[in-house]
Every structure is written in C-alpha cells, then in structure tokens.
Ligand binder design. Structure first.
Ligand SMILES: [Zn+2]
Length: 436
C-alpha cells in the first residue's frame, strides 16, 4: 500500500541480512527513509539483533530497543526540513523503523494538538499547563501511534498477521491499521474493557475474543495462539520492538511544537509503560542529535491507586515492579498489574528527576469532570488521572507555579461514557423549561 507521501525515491529496499556480523549503518552518506541499524536488549548485553527480521524479546525475556545511526540522521536532515513535511508522525521517518515510504500504513496520524489549558491551569495553580491531546488520533487514542508503526513494520517484514492482548484501545487501533494493511488481526481483551473497543475490533474484521480475566490472561491466550500460527507477530506490549517507536513520536512532537525545546515536566498515565518509555527514548535521541538541549523534562508516571505497581516500586526504591494483586480501576487502560517494561519506566523517571504518583478513582473522576467543565475537554479517565496528579504534586510542592507542565491525554473520554453519569431532567413535549 502506498504511503501518504514520498520524501525521496532513493530509499533502498530492505533486504534480508541474516549473515553475521550485523551491519551497523544502513546507508552511510546516502539519505535513507529510515536510519534503523540494529536492535539491542534493554536489559542485558546479548545481541545486537538483526532489525530486518521479525523479532520478539531478547533471549533474557526483556524488550528489544531499536537503534538508529543518529550521526547519519544529522547529516541527512534537520528540524527545518522536518517542519516543512506533512503534519503526521511520519515526518520523523528517519527516526522510525519502517524502511520505505511504500511500506507506510497510515491514516495520516500524528501531530496532535498541544493545547494551553489556561482555565484548568489557573484552578490547579499551574498556569503554564498544556495538554497534548491524543484523542483526535484514528480510533481515538494514542495507541494509533504504536499501531501505525508496528503494523507498517510487521507488514514490511512479511508477518502474516498480528495478535495482541489489550485493555481495549490498543486492540481497536491495531485492528484498524491491520485492516488497512490487509493483515489478519487477532485480539483478546478482558470483558471489562470499554465496550466500544470490542465493537471497533469486530467492525475492523479482527478475530476478537473476550477473556474473563485481566490483560495478563489475555496475553497468555495470545502467546499460545501465535505459537500455532506461523508468521503471526505477537504484538503484545514491548514483546516486539516497534510499537514503542510509534509512541516515542509523542515526545518528538512535544519538542517540535515547543520550538525544539522541552517543558519542565511531562505527566503521563502509565499502564504498560510504552508511552513513557517511548517519550524518554525519543527525547534522548533528539538530545543526541543536538536538536534539543541537555536537560530532559522530569517525567511523571501516573497510575490508579487500584493498580500501581510502578508507584510502589518507585517508593520502595526498587528497580523492578512486583505483580499487583486484585487490580481494579475505572481508568481501565491502567489495569496492567505486571508491566513487562516496568523497570524501563522506573529508569526513565529516575534518570530525569521525575516521580510516580497514584490517584484514587474518586480523584480521577472528579478531575475528569473538572477538565470538561473548565476547558470543554472530555478527557479519558487515564488522562484525567494526570490532572489529578497535577493537583496532588502542586499541593505537595513538587510542582512549582512557574513549571511548564505537559499532561498527555491519551484518549477520548467519549469511549468511557459510563464515567460521566448524565441525567438531565425530562420535560414533557409542550411543557416549558423552568425559569432560571
Ligand atoms: Zn537481554
């Protein structure tokens, strides 16, 4: 399928490179569509792994991270050139793993608004509050970024299908992009996932199953199914390397939208942790390119009090998370009791002087109503949790009044109708609205 646009016609076709040693530079001085080189383990020194084959996790079980020839990127392009490109996440294609514009599967996603939240910021005591609003993305959540890049790369590498467990929004995003790529998609989600997301998966033709359990149970079903389906990619969170690459474009966009600089703080709702890890990775790549300054924003991971394994590990100064028993929250996307990449989130928070915060369902639902009333922004419960965290961190003095704070609203509140009870009075036809 053709991409939405073509930058250059010199992008070399990806060829299978199975022989060692693994090459370390894709194209040298000749500009290529992607500067992807190899995959490295995020935990151990095994590898590097060949990036031009379908790969899962490292032999040690940890996620693999895509590495790029950043010196080559710096010689091929610059922020000025990027600014002139179409406003989608594919404007950063040198820093993405897809080897050719022809392989891009897209709805023109990305470059979502970075909105000043003046009224809400004043109420919360943080006047320089901004919201990176991911709700306009295809399928209504930030999951579209990971799906765009993950599905494009999976198809490019010859996967025969994609399969994933989901708390809802990742499933609807991957189902939509897989349909657009002509790839079969298998989705397993908990029965408690937002109902609209199962309809979205079914509508996009995905083979969809519900499980009477949590996302970990869905993951086990997916792994067993994939083992029986040759060529299927297990696209579970951080079990393939490229969903993360899509997510990192949130960080790239925030930096570009601020004029190639970073805010003081970025606050992100954290379930599986890919968004947070992706933002950190993207900003580190920009720093290495010299496109932003040395100081990174303090990264804040927000979880729900009913499922907060990362917050607990952070408070205990542990490097790893422990499984959270009886996970439960209205912010269903945060119901990830055992995040595979928890240690990467903890590393990103600590390296940037950030923190991890848990908020109760009561707090996040109140923040959801507050944001809607103050700004007309019906954010998803996960995004609302971040505004609740702003209030908490400001009260504790961790956030200063002068801080420039970006909250990432990861999706549309419309998908969670049950979180906004609405019972307007019914007026019989022919009767009158009471006077004020
Ligand atoms: Zn490893």
């Amino acid at each position: 399928m053709p991409g939405p646009y073509r930058i250059r016609d010199v992008a070399p076709e990806i060829t299978q490179r199975s022989d060692s040693p693994v090459p370390t530079s894709p194209a040298g001085p000749t500009p290529a569509y992607s500067a992807l080189t190899v995959l490295e383990c995020s935990r151990c020194s095994a590898g590097p792994y060949d990036a031009d084959r379908v790969q899962g996790t490292c032999g040690c079980g940890a996620p693999l991270l895509a590495r790029y020839d950043l010196a080559a990127v710096a010689s091929w392009t610059d922020p000025g050139q990027i600014a002139a490109r179409p406003p989608s996440l594919w404007r950063y294609h040198e820093l993405l793993p897809v080897g050719s514009a022809k392989s891009v599967v897209s709805f023109d996603e990305g470059m979502t608004p970075l909105l000043p939240m003046e009224r809400l910021g004043a109420e919360l005591g943080v006047p320089r509050l901004l919201m990176k609003d991911e709700s306009p993305l295809p399928t209504g959540s930030f999951k579209a970024r990971g799906a765009a890049v993950g599905v494009s790369r999976a198809a490019e590498l010859g996967a025969t299908g994609v399969a994933l467990p989901t708390n809802g929004n990742a499933g609807s995003a991957w189902a939509a992009f897989a349909a657009r790529a002509g790839l079969p998609c298998l989705v397993v989600m908990p029965t408690d996932a937002p109902q609209i997301t199962r309809a979205e998966c079914v509508a996009a033709g995905a083979e969809t199953y519900l499980v009477d359990g949590l996302i970990g149970d869905a993951g086990r079903l997916v792994r067993a199914a994939v083992a029986d389906r040759p060529g299927f990619l297990d696209a579970s969170t951080l079990r393939e390397p490229y969903r993360l690459e899509g997510k990192k474009t949130i960080g790239l966009e925030i930096a570009e939208q601020l004029g190639w600089r970073v805010p003081d703080v970025i606050i992100f709702p954290t379930g599986g942790g890919v968004g947070m890890v992706g933002i950190a990775k993207g900003l580190r790549e920009l720093r290495q390119l010299g496109w932003i300054g040395e100081t990174l924003p303090r990264l804040v991971a927000v979880q729900a009090a009913g499922c907060a394994p990362i917050v607990r590990a952070f408070e205990r100064q542990a490097d790893e998370t422990e499984p959270w028993p009886d996970a439960r929250t209205e912010a269903f996307g945060l119901t990830v009791p055992e995040p595979l990449g928890g240690f990467l989130v903890l590393e990103a928070i600590r390296a940037t002087g950030g923190t991890a915060v848990a908020v109760t369902d009561e707090q996040l639902l109140a923040s959801q109503r507050q944001a809607a009333r103050a700004e007309g922004a019906w954010v998803c419960p996960e995004g609302a949790a971040c505004f609740a965290a702003v209030a908490q961190l400001r009260a504790a003095g961790w956030l200063a009044q002068s801080d420039e704070v970006v909250v990432v609203n990861t999706g549309a509140g419309l998908k969670y109708q049950q979180t906004m009870p609405a019972h307007p009075p019914l007026i019989p036809a022919g009767a009158q609205i009471p006077p004020r």
